[in-house]
Design a protein around this ligand. Structure first.
Ligand SMILES: *[C@@H]1O[C@H](CO)[C@@H](O)[C@H](O)[C@H]1NC(C)=O
Ligand SMILES: *[C@@H]1O[C@H](CO)[C@@H](O)[C@H](O)[C@H]1NC(C)=O
Ligand SMILES: *[C@@H]1O[C@H](CO)[C@@H](O)[C@H](O)[C@H]1NC(C)=O
Ligand SMILES: *[C@@H]1O[C@H](CO)[C@@H](O)[C@H](O)[C@H]1NC(C)=O
Ligand SMILES: *[C@@H]1O[C@H](CO)[C@@H](O)[C@H](O)[C@H]1NC(C)=O
Length: 946
């Protein structure tokens, strides 16, 4: 904290105290005069004052005054003998031969240069942990120089960082899999609940805490949810839980990162949520942002009043002596924590997306004189750095962000992947967070990696999940760096932490290793990323071009082949098609003569484009806005083609990230459910009648067997068994009809019509289902239908969509020739029917995709309904499968997961390079730093970014 910021309020406080003192003196003099006639009244007993108040309690109140006025300082790091969290009996640890990211630049680096990354590097060192602290970070620490009981860990040159800090999580209060009885995220008794505390709901037994830690996250801020304008107090915990993790007992208090509780933390939220959750016109507010500001200001007014009354009381008691007080210290639990915020004892984190929200909240900080340490979900902060700089306290709030999760509600529709870079360029602080379970906090490092991909300097991206949150939480002296005096929270990674698929091989919290038998993936030796400064340039585009040439193509990853080209090959693109690939010298010369743009690439790649399968892209623009959505199907069975709506933010994002094709089905009820036939379409088409807009009018028939079917208002279906039975009945009926030569042909476009095609194997049946039990039921349905069809044609072409638990039946699925589209690609047991999901190393041996590939199941990756935004990450997800797959797939095989395999599963012809669907990349699409340079989406032109 800059000295000026902490000094100024103190001086004004001193003046105020003086003024208060004078007022008190006048009041006292008045009281003396008025009360003179009563002076002969004696106190009834020595324990009571003449006003009948308890002397003991008054003295306690006076002592409370000192606490009320305490000014927290960030807890010290260096200078401690031992970490207050350290438990006796844990041996010291010597980590040999690590590549260490210290978290700060070399000593003496000028601040300006350091901000640009100068002085930051990976250094080879050994790290010695003792008494829960980092004690030494030096090259070649001799074994003879450390305690004889030290345990040696050989890092073999692997990257070592401080434990990752996730500054926005609901783990523990929103335990996974979600169950009503475990749900304690928001206290919804009222919109204004600053008085509730997340610690009162933290379940140490939430398995997700272990999953999160397996991603190298050691510390996290557990916030109440964002339903309320004032949500309550928050707590910073470490993810070592109970005996298994080297602690005494599984308790939330034991998890507190600072057992002394130096700082308190609080959550507030502006914008859509409070008005949606609480607003009842004519009954209760807020129903608008206007009302929300009133709720905020009214609450702050109460707390301000309490603080003033307390200060007056404390000043008077100090000046006159407690015996003269006519009342006890005013206290009110409802406003106590908010009072502490006004006294600068609380670090406030406020969820605010939009400019009006940010601007109103910054106004409140100045009106009531309190600091906000970070805005969360701060999607629009990058547009208004000056508003942030106006916040009270002289230190602009940090912006806690997702890298690319957006479009789920109106206030998240204006988002930019470049927000982190832009904020940083403006001298502000981007921090990346999970909002677990919105994102799986296990992979919060992936958010930082994507921030780097989108222009945030490498060192700032790492800082965004280490030193920056540490500083904002008041732990800047203890967490986030690998330096003597810091807490011994350390991660050794299997690859550069900002590379795709990076996983810890071991995690230490307060010097105690957290994984007894960590699964370590077989990977090539870690190659540290050399920061690519060209990523800092935000590319211009898209520019539609009829003719364009790219040189510097070094690899072609097409469906059938991986072509290694000479390092500087050329691709000529004309009217949206690839017309030459290779040396192409005459073409290049002709192009140069004709003035065609020639763009030189470094390590250029040419690939097929990707396909978004199972998302709402093309059927919905903003999830929470019904007007922008095709709507649910409930009883009806409809065709997605009939609801196709193009030229939305989602289709645009998809196309510009090389996802030029999508296969989307109408939803049954909630997001992530399907009912009807899917349509295959080009995401770059502007209208459904556009040229080559639709490539598969009815790509597949979709049904849903996940938890939502129980409430989907389907005729006669109120249970899983009912839904399975209904599907079986429909299929058997279709099969019987198919056998009966004299049965009438069903109406075209009717459900029966499509089911006839399903039972004769000419149309795929895609069932959205996660639980292994429901998948088992589905396999029995398939067998029953095929028996009915015995001898009458092809097998049912069945595809499991979702498939979080499909790995448990991998062999059975392979034997039944049933394919799986995993959606999400990496489930984390968000819901009950996904609870047996595999979350990967170091906790589990691989994830579902590895098990399915091992068993020979034809597998793809799709998008579950809650994550259409991830459409831009399809290549990266494939990259993670490739890097963590221990050779199960090569690069081409990985790309097939989001391309060719989907078409094989459906039996639909994929529009390919010949039809003008391809992507030109600078770098590899399977690397964090690979960037789209040109997209051909089958529309006769190429969109170029340069
Ligand atoms: C560190 O480990 C790497 C990889 O195993 C090895 O090549 C290197 O020689 C080791 N360095 C030291 C100092 O042991
Ligand atoms: C690649 O080829 C193009 C066209 O021949 C040329 O302009 C460019 O300088 C070459 N780049 C490299 C790195 O050789
Ligand atoms: C075959 O279809 C006809 C016409 O719909 C129907 O009358 C007949 O009962 C069916 N036969 C069987 C065996 O289902
Ligand atoms: C399957 O059934 C549909 C609808 O009755 C029909 O049009 C199609 O030709 C059949 N296909 C095969 C392969 O039997
Ligand atoms: C992980 O699973 C693979 C495939 O089943 C097996 O070969 C390997 O030994 C397992 N590894 C560990 C660490 O259990």
């Amino acid at each position: 904290m800059p000295p000026l910021a902490s000094f100024r309020p103190r001086r004004s406080r001193a003046l105020r105290l003086l003024a208060l003192g004078c007022l008190c003196f006048i009041a006292f003099a008045q009281w003396k005069q008025l009360s003179r006639p009563a002076a002969s009244v004696l106190p009834p007993s020595p324990e009571l004052t003449i006003h009948g108040l308890s002397v003991k309690r008054l003295q306690e109140d006076l002592a409370t005054c000192a606490k009320l006025r305490a000014k927290p300082q960030d807890p010290i790091g260096a200078g401690r003998e031992r970490n207050a969290r350290y438990l006796d009996g844990h041996p010291p640890v010597l980590i040999k031969n690590a590549s260490v990211w210290v978290g700060e630049p070399d000593a003496g680096t000028p601040a300006e240069a350091a901000r640009n990354g100068t002085g930051y590097s990976w250094i080879n060192a050994d790290v010695y942990l003792e008494y829960g602290l980092i004690k030494r970070v030096e090259p070649s620490i001799a074994l003879s120089s450390v305690a004889s009981d030290a345990v040696v860990f050989h890092a073999h040159g692997r990257p070592l960082t401080a434990g990752i800090i996730d500054m926005h999580s609901h783990a523990g209060v929103n335990s996974l899999p979600e169950l009503w009885g475990d749900e304690d995220t928001n206290e919804m008794a009222s919109d204004i609940t600053p008085y509730v505390r997340s610690i009162d709901g933290i379940q140490p037994g939430d398995h997700q805490l272990q999953v999160i830690k397996s991603g190298g996250v050691t510390t996290t801020l557990i916030l109440p949810g964002s339903a309320n304008n004032m949500g309550g107090e928050a707590y910073v915990i470490k993810l070592a839980v109970g005996k298994a993790d080297g602690r005494n007992e599984a308790s939330a208090a034991d998890m507190l990162a600072d057992p002394d509780r130096t700082w308190r933390f609080m959550k507030m939220a502006c914008g859509e949520n409070a008005k949606r959750v609480y607003g009842r016109p004519g009954q209760q507010g807020p129903t608008s942002r206007l009302g929300e500001s009133w709720e905020f200001r009214h609450a702050f007014e109460q707390a301000t009043k309490l603080v003033r009354e307390q200060d007056d009381w404390c000043d008077a008691a100090a000046a006159l002596g407690v015996h003269h007080m006519k009342s006890y210290l005013p206290q009110e639990l409802r406003w106590e924590s908010l009072g502490a915020l006004l006294r600068d004892q609380v670090r406030l984190n406020t969820h605010c997306y939009t400019i009006p929200d940010l601007e109103a909240f910054v106004d409140h900080t100045n009106e009531f004189k309190f600091k906000v340490r970070a805005f969360h979900h701060a999607h629009q902060t990058f547009l208004v750095p000056e508003i942030l700089k106006r916040a009270y306290g002289g230190e602009p709030p940090a912006s806690c962000l997702f890298a690319d999760n957006a479009y789920y509600k109106a206030e998240s529709a204006t988002a930019s992947e470049y927000a982190g870079k832009i904020l940083y360029d403006n001298g502000l602080t981007p921090i990346y967070v999970s909002d677990n379970p919105v994102l799986n906090a296990q992979h919060v490092i992936f958010e930082a990696a994507k921030a780097y991909r989108y222009g945030l300097p490498y060192h700032a991206a790492l800082a965004a999940v280490t030193t920056a949150p540490a500083e904002r939480l008041g732990f800047g002296n203890r967490l986030g760096k690998i330096k003597p005096g810091f807490d011994a929270d350390v991660v050794v990674w299997d690859s550069d932490p900002l590379s795709l698929g990076a996983a810890p091989v071991q995690v230490w919290i307060d010097g105690t290793p957290q994984f007894e038998e960590p699964v370590v993936l077989k990977k090539p030796p870690a190659e540290l990323i050399v920061p690519d400064e060209t990523l800092a340039k935000i590319l211009d585009g898209p520019t539609p071009m009829e003719e364009v040439v790219f040189t510097g193509i070094s690899r072609v990853l097409f469906r059938k082949e991986v072509k290694e080209l000479s390092s500087n090959s050329t691709v000529v693109l004309s009217k949206g098609k690839v017309t030459c690939l290779g040396a192409c010298e005459p073409e290049l010369q002709a192009a140069t003569r004709a003035g065609t743009p020639v763009i030189h690439l470094k390590n250029g790649h040419l690939t097929e484009s990707f396909t978004a399968f199972g998302s709402k892209v093309g059927l919905n623009a903003i999830d929470a806005e019904a007007d922008t959505d095709n709507g649910p199907n409930f009883g009806a069975f409809t065709r997605a083609e009939d609801g196709l709506a193009l030229d939305t933010i989602k289709t645009t994002i998809a196309h510009s990230h090389g996802v030029t094709k999508a296969i989307s089905a109408p939803r049954l009820t909630g997001h992530g459910t399907h009912h009807g036939t899917s349509v295959g379409f080009a995401t770059g088409a502007k209208t459904p009648l556009g040229k080559h807009a639709i490539f598969a009018s009815d790509a597949a028939v979709h049904y849903t067997l996940d938890l939502s079917v129980k409430n989907a208002r389907q005729p006669d279906v109120t249970s899983i068994s009912g839904a399975v039975g209904a599907l079986r009945r429909k299929l058997l009926h279709a099969a019987a009809a198919a056998r009966n030569a004299s049965s009438s042909t069903p109406d075209a476009y009717s459900e029966q019509f499509y089911l006839q095609r399903v039972v004769n194997g000419s149309l795929a049946l895609v069932v959205t289902v996660h639980s292994v039990d429901a998948i088992a039921a589905l396999l029995r349905v398939k067998a029953a239908v095929e028996e009915e069809r015995a001898g009458a044609g092809a097998a049912l072409r069945l595809v499991v969509f979702g498939g979080a638990e499909s790995h448990l039946l991998a062999d059975e699925l392979a034997a039944a020739r049933v394919g799986v589209v995993l959606a999400p690609a990496f489930s984390y047991a968000h819901y009950w029917d996904q609870r047996r999901a595999l979350t990967g190393a170091p906790l589990t041996n691989g994830t579902a995709v590895d098990r399915l590939l091992d068993a020979g199941v034809l597998t793809g990756i799709g998008l579950d309904g809650d994550s259409d935004w991830a459409v831009q990450d399809l290549g990266l997800l494939a990259g993670i499968v490739w890097r963590n797959g221990e050779g199960r797939v090569d690069e081409r095989g990985a790309l097939e997961l989001v391309g060719g395999n989907l078409y094989k599963l459906l039996g639909v012809k994929e529009p390919g390079v010949e039809e003008g669907h391809f992507v030109v990349w600078e770098g590899s699409p399977l690397d964090i730093g690979g960037r789209v340079k040109a997209v051909g989406g089958g529309q006769g032109v190429v969109d170029v970014w340069n």
